[in-house]
Design a protein around this ligand. Sequence first.
Ligand code: GAL
Ligand code: ZN
Length: 676
Amino acid sequence: MYYGVAYYPEHKTVEELEHDLALLIESGINTVRMGEFAWCRMEPREGVYDFEWLMRVVERLGEAGIKSIICTPTACPPAWLVSAHPEVLYVDNRGRKRPFGGRRFYCYNSPVYREYSRKIAEQIALRFGHSPYVAGFQIDNEPAQEASGRCHCPECRRKFAGWLADRYGSIHEYNLRSGNIFWGQDYDSFDQIEPPVNTIEVSALQDMPVYYENPTLRLEFERFCSQSQIEYQNIQADALRAHTDYPVTTNGTGLATNSIDYYESTKALDCYGFDYYPGLRDAAVDSFPYAFARGIKEGKPFWVMEFMSGGGHRFGGSGRVQPNPGALKQAVVQSFAHGAEMMLHFQFRTFPFGAEQLNYAIVDMDGVPRRRYFEMQETAGLLKHLEPLEKAGFANQAAICVDYDTHWALRIKPVNDPDFVYLDYAGRLYRLLEEQGINVDVVGYEADFSKYRLLIVLSAFVVSDEFREKLKSFAAAGGVVLATFLTAAKNKDNVGYTDSLPAGLNDLFGVTVEEVEPVFAQNHTAVRLDLDGETCESADGCWCDLLSGSAKPLGTYTEDYKAGGMIVSENGYGEGLGCYLGTDLSDEALGKLLSYLAGRAGIEKNKVLAAPKIETVRRVLEGREYYFVFNFTAKAAQVSIQVPMRDYLTGELYRDRIPLERNGFAVVAAEPEENA
Ligand code: GAL
Ligand code: ZN
């Protein structure tokens, strides 16, 4: 595993640099990421390049066995570029130019900026592309972060109109498919179309009713902006690739903004990279972002380019609490267990100046190594012992299936706002399955489903014909599909289907939706699950798709006018099953339902027994099961096991239970029967 830190040599005096390099080298880490905001040093004047300051550091580190990840600096164009070309500036949804002086103030569609970006990426590749001390390249920094992913400049407006013209062919077709006759919005030509003011951009100004603009136009603009940033990224990827064979990626914001479709954006990259800042003080670190990351390129290893390093001050004010002793190490091993191939702390030494002054880091401003540094050192040593397990595969048989069109459509027209957040709901099902002792993958709609037995189609609000066919083939071949409420309500134009819901899937699920409504605090209604004789009481939640049809009811309303109505269903389809969950349920009921469906799908549970706040990750190497077990209970704990297991690090044999320290973890392997 690549393990290390982000570092900023351009901030340092000669003495500070010497001091820091010595500490970095002694720490035992093997990777340092550099360069992502240093354009003004790399190209101090137009066409005049200086990479020697960086090359010297790369070489010093490299000679000591530490590889560098070199970033393109395009999140921060230099002052000379912006003075000469103010047209490259980002324009927000209220028409305000974002000025020079921060970061991410450029338009990713600007042809001028694209060309400057291509050139600096090319120069970087020429200088570092063949260095034996480089491990890879990061393009830009956190594309679309800090409300920089929905530019409204004149260039973007022009390009968006052209993009719609290409997709729809004629304005008549566009008017028809987007229902522009509603509120008399028919256009005469594409150049009359303005990008919508409201977008899903996190922290954008939205002082206009969100329903005001056409939902088709809005979804198209989200797609257009995502695609434009992918184009921009790929211009840099191509420029780098022309002069290097090292892996090229970028650092997405993970689940934080989600305004770029990562399934698309990662196609032309070597791996998916993202940044993650979970709390580490007696907190269970959510592994859903890792499962999500692993699914982006269908199981290929992913890179965590920035990860929590400590507490103290925080760039946005307020501050951040320190990790518990052991929590950094535990979190790094957890990312390894979930398939991370790189883990870099943000960042090495606290900045005294600039927007992120006093911000948390591994080492404080005074440069004195303290507990976080020593824990990083210990972690680096530990990872060497775990290295052979890098090759262990994931053999998960359940997957949650998510999609950006639906995610965006549900942000454009939210359902039970703010309680229902599509990707949070995916995370909830993920955790409930884990709590049942079932590890699960998270995949996009284009993934190969054939290796799974249970597929959870998360509230697929927007669906295509192809996807519906894919679900049917999966079930016909013996798989169990569970679709949750709101599935197949709209087509890819973000327009409602006029068939009975779930549109085009009534045969798969054996149901028709009779009526729908949100479920708020005042209209919860009691539901009873009947899972092969085991019953469980719950209330509905979030949303209700009341069902009728020939499917077998797994859940039925027990009160009010809905009494007797079906809300959870199971239907035989080909060799498999189509199941529909018309509402949300309590954790307990949902856990039972998922466990029942996993049983119907023939999924075997983990042999380390599930327990609250203990996470278990199963990997398989050469036919042998390995379990990574993490204690997030904030005290010492024990977990029960079904078969004898041997501690991979200490060699100890456990027969019934594995002991775990506070913030501790264990890596164990099922003991072959003859030794047990
Ligand atoms: C990230 C960003 C870093 C730094 C960090 C602060 O989102 O990529 O450059 O700003 O947050 O925690
Ligand atoms: Zn623009």
